[in-house]
Design a protein around this ligand. Structure first.
Ligand SMILES: Nc1ncnc2c1ncn2[C@@H]1O[C@H](COP(=O)(O)OP(=O)(O)OP(=O)(O)O)[C@@H](O)[C@H]1O
Ligand SMILES: [Mg+2]
Length: 325
């Protein structure tokens, strides 16, 4: 498998009245062709902003990408201006983003046909008639019954589940190399959410599309992803395969997240406390205030470097790593 995306040192800030919020802080990760990568962490830890940064969709102002590179297929996307022809061509054609809240992704004023065909016409120069046929075909692939008729519906005429299917169909239309699926904060109906993930999973496997799955829930990603990046307070604090992380979480935050995964008949153990403010954060470990393993040295040292645990497993926490030796 070739490398598709290499994000290095990505740093995104917001200028606010409270000060500078560093929402994404020196984030680095990779995605291989047809690989499924999970990005997991609590609300507000920078998951969405990191993904929006890759697409250059962070609202500016107040947001600004301060540093880093986003190498996609050999080109640093950050060298393009956000509204440039190159960047607009990449969004929706090579990289699609799915916000798991259908009403933010679909335009309520336009029929499904109009929205889908426009993508094909704009990005690939497809003839309108062919674009309609291809759209219907894609709707049928994502399990929309009677797609020849439903294609002329407006989004509000479809059920929530159907709208999500349309979103997936739209994301897949140009056969992108990468899809970024960002879970909504307000969780949808759990069954519908599971159906959506299942559908996405089937589709990316069928077309060998790489997928970045953004979620709060480690339990969800474990079922689908190859590799997990755990994010906390703007940083990736642990990274590894599902097996590596499940068997041997090496950051106290990841351990805490794992204890929040519901298992039948077992009590959940929430992580105590709240994530820290991202305004003018010091360089010490952001999890310090909540950590039950913390040591005196943690208050004194910077904690930004990833260290290899074993194989492809990395963590920023040296305490658990030290304890293992
Ligand atoms: N437009 C904005 N202006 C100021 N701060 C912002 C803006 N958008 C995001 N932030 C801040 O950036 C940080 C990261 O937000 P982000 O939306 O990436 O979190 P998240 O991990 O996606 O959370 P959730 O799981 O709730 O979606 C938060 O502290 C948030 O307050
Ligand atoms: Mg988010």
């Amino acid at each position: 498998m070739g490398r598709l995306l290499t994000v290095t040192g990505l740093t995104t800030e917001f200028r606010t009245e409270r000060g500078t919020v560093r929402a994404v802080n020196d984030v680095s990760y990779t995605v291989d062709e047809s690989e499924i990568v999970g990005l997991v962490g609590e609300s507000g830890c920078g998951k969405s902003v990191s993904q929006l940064s890759v697409m250059q969709l962070v609202p500016n102002p107040p947001g600004k990408i301060m540093a880093g590179t986003v190498d996609f297929n050999g080109t640093n996307l950050l060298k393009y201006k956000r509204e440039s022809r190159e960047m607009c061509a990449i969004r929706g054609r090579d990289i699609s983003m799915i916000f798991q809240e259908p009403m933010t992704s679909l335009n309520p004023a336009l029929t499904v046909n109009r929205q889908m065909t426009e993508v094909l016409i704009e990005h690939l120069g497809t003839e309108p008639k062919t674009a309609r046929e291809q759209s219907i075909d894609m709707l049928s692939q994502v399990g929309i019954p009677d797609p020849g008729k439903r294609v002329d519906d407006y989004p509000h005429q479809l059920s929530g589940g159907m709208r999500q299917r349309v979103m997936v169909a739209m994301a897949m239309l140009c056969n992108p190399k990468l899809i970024i699926a960002d879970e909504a904060t307000t969780a949808l109906d759990a069954t519908i959410q599971a159906q959506l993930l299942e559908l996405l999973y089937d589709m990316v496997n069928k077309y060998k599309t790489a997928l970045v799955m953004v979620t709060h829930n480690l339990g969800i990603v474990a079922r689908y992803v190859h590799r997990i990046n755990v994010m906390y307070a703007g940083r990736i604090v642990e990274s590894g395969t599902v097996d590596e992380i499940w068997a041997n979480p090496m950051h106290p935050y990841t351990e805490g997240l794992l204890k929040c995964v519901p298992k039948l008949g077992e009590k959940l153990v929430p992580i105590k406390g709240m994530p820290p403010s991202l305004v003018n954060r010091p360089d010490t470990c952001p999890f310090l205030a909540r950590c039950r393993y913390r040591q005196k040295s943690c208050f004194e040292q910077s904690c930004s470097e990833m260290t290899c645990v074993e194989g492809t497993h990395y963590t920023t926490c040296s305490v658990l790593l030290g304890g293992q030796e």
